[in-house]
Design a protein around this ligand. Structure first.
Ligand SMILES: C[S@@+](CC[C@H](N)C(=O)[O-])C[C@H]1O[C@@H](n2cnc3c(N)ncnc32)[C@H](O)[C@@H]1O
Length: 384
């Protein structure tokens, strides 16, 4: 079992979703460095409000649980992981996101209070960092202590520039175990430009303009895998109960609804910004009345009943945070099998080099290649 030892005590921390024999740790050297640094500085002070941004699986929030901690993130999976780790370390009795130990704030909201201490894990997407700094800025004072952390290989120069643009002067720590800290001082004289997010792009052949919040997958153009998948939509069955799984900005489910007006689509993604973008796009492209659709921020199909769906559309994720792999996609496929009724189908697009075909055949007992090109393959599996 993996233990994080820090000046704030020992924690048993697991990644989410929990997987048997997971070899990956639920924290990194940047989390350790950050906790050591603030303890050396005798922080947080008593009764401090601590804002923790982009805490992957709750390492920082769980370590600082005795303070008034708010965890601000775009990832519902990170929030679920934090809640689960609080429970497994006996800091909370039950598994609930409405925990009293840590407050959870989704990325589409702005912090409402002025924190004394802000701890930021540098995210993968710089647009998300930019959006976060702009939303945070009105709550910052010259007294606010801001420390950011990241693994050096994931710390682009643009991260430093964003702090300088939206917060003020930045200094850095020495490197330690390939991690580095950034210290930002608030410059009250800075003029803060308007938030450029959400942004939008137009898909000419579909005459669709899609809005995208800062952390959206393929934020400034239609993903080429999705584009290829859409060419095959004419072959999709007319189904009533449809799920756009890992929906991003909702392009697949919205296009399906444009072609099958009687369908009901449940849009699911673990990113709060993805679901917010999907809601905006549904309102502008389908209907202002969103009561016929459902928008669910969650880890896959966890909330969906067994055998309740006719059709699942999916352009699956190929990484979790910085870790590339098939595991999340395979979990989404086996959840799809559980949620499909007999005769229902999962249609997906994938990079051809990922051998999903044989894995899906093993899982469903069948797998048809609908079409392929040099880079992508569209697959259809049926629940029997
Ligand atoms: C490859 S993108 C596809 C987005 C969109 N459907 C498209 O075709 O452009 C994959 C999406 O999976 C989402 N995702 C990753 N892990 C997830 C999970 N466990 N549950 C639900 N969605 C997840 C990501 O947030 C991302 O929006």
């Amino acid at each position: 079992m993996e233990k994080l030892s820090s000046p704030f005590g020992e924690l048993i921390l697991k990644r989410w979703p929990q997987r048997k024999q997971d070899v990956l740790r639920a924290w990194d050297a940047a989390d350790e460095y950050l906790l050591e640094h603030i303890a050396e500085q005798k922080l947080p002070e008593q009764d401090s409000q601590v804002l923790v941004i982009n805490d992957s699986f709750g390492a920082l929030s769980c370590a600082l649980r005795e303070y008034d901690v708010t965890s601000w993130s775009d990832s519902k999976v990170s929030h679920i992981a934090t809640a689960a780790n609080l429970v497994s370390n006996d800091y909370e009795a039950g598994f609930t996101e409405q925990s009293s130990t840590v407050a959870y704030l989704d990325s589409t909201q702005s912090p409402k209070q002025t924190p004394n201490l802000v701890l930021i894990k540098i995210p993968k997407t710089m647009a998300l960092l930019e959006d976060q700094l702009i939303k945070l800025r009105p709550q910052l004072t010259e007294e606010t202590i801001i420390v950011a952390a990241g693994m050096i290989k994931h710390l682009p120069k643009s991260a430093f520039q964003l702090f300088e643009k939206y917060v003020g002067p930045v200094t850095t720590s020495l490197a330690k175990k390939k991690a580095r800290l950034l210290f930002a001082k608030v410059d009250p004289a800075l003029t803060i430009p308007e938030n450029p997010y959400p942004t939008s792009y137009t898909v000419d052949e579909l005459k669709m303009t899609l809005s995208n919040h800062a952390n959206l997958f393929s934020r400034d153009h239609l993903d080429i895998g999705a584009r290829f998948f859409l060419t095959q939509f004419k072959h999709l069955p007319a189904s009533e109960k449809v799920v756009d799984l890992a929906c991003g900005n909702g392009v697949l489910g919205i296009r399906y609804l444009q072609m099958h007006a009687d369908a009901k689509v449940q849009f699911i993604d673990e990113s709060y910004m993805a679901i917010a973008s999907t809601q905006d796009n549904y309102s502008s492209l389908i209907n202002n009345d969103t009561s016929a659709a459902k928008f669910i921020t969650d880890d896959g199909l966890k909330q969906i009943e067994d055998s309740s769906v006719d059709l699942v559309l999916c352009n699956p994720p190929f990484h979790q945070q910085h870790v590339i792999g098939e595991q999340t996609a395979m979990e989404l496929f086996s959840q799809s099998k559980r949620c499909l009724q007999v005769g229902g189908a999962l249609w997906l697009v994938a990079n051809s080099h990922l051998d999903y075909q044989s894995k899906l055949k093993k899982l469903f007992g069948n797998c048809r290649v609908v079409d392929s090109n040099k880079k992508f393959v569209v697959l259809r599996v049926v629940k029997r």
